[in-house]
Design a protein around this ligand. Structure first.
Ligand SMILES: [Zn+2]
Length: 115
């Protein structure tokens, strides 16, 4: 019996864990809407990938009618369509609030996070 195995791996370079989360923004041009995916990541890579997605979303140029919402975190579920995925608002809040501690807000002596 061939059952469709649906295994997704973390898209972070060098990581071989299974992806558990999808980071994506709702995008619309006024006619169609879809999720624009930034990455599929494991729990370990999530904070970094989420931070990067926020930066990319902010830099993304949009046409006048285009809407691109801030990135959200969705729980990957095999066989579910993008718009059916469960969005993890609590996790987003948690990560966003930990990000508010920008390096410039911290006392000197902290490692800088510029890559
Ligand atoms: Zn990973």
């Amino acid at each position: 019996m061939a059952r469709f195995a649906y295994v997704v791996y973390c898209t972070n370079l060098g990581c071989s864990h299974r992806a558990e989360y999808k980071i994506a923004s709702r995008w619309s041009d006024g006619v169609t809407a879809e999720l624009k995916t930034y990455g599929l990541v494991c729990a370990e890579c999530l904070p970094q990938a989420f931070r990067e997605s926020i930066r990319k979303q902010a830099e993304c140029r949009r046409a006048p009618k285009e809407i691109l919402e801030p990135p959200g975190i969705y729980r990957l579920a095999p066989g579910k369509g993008d718009l059916e995925l469960e969005r993890l608002f609590d996790l987003e809040d948690q990560l966003r609030s930990s990000m508010n501690l920008a390096p410039s807000d911290l006392p000197t002596g902290q490692d800088r996070e510029e890559a």
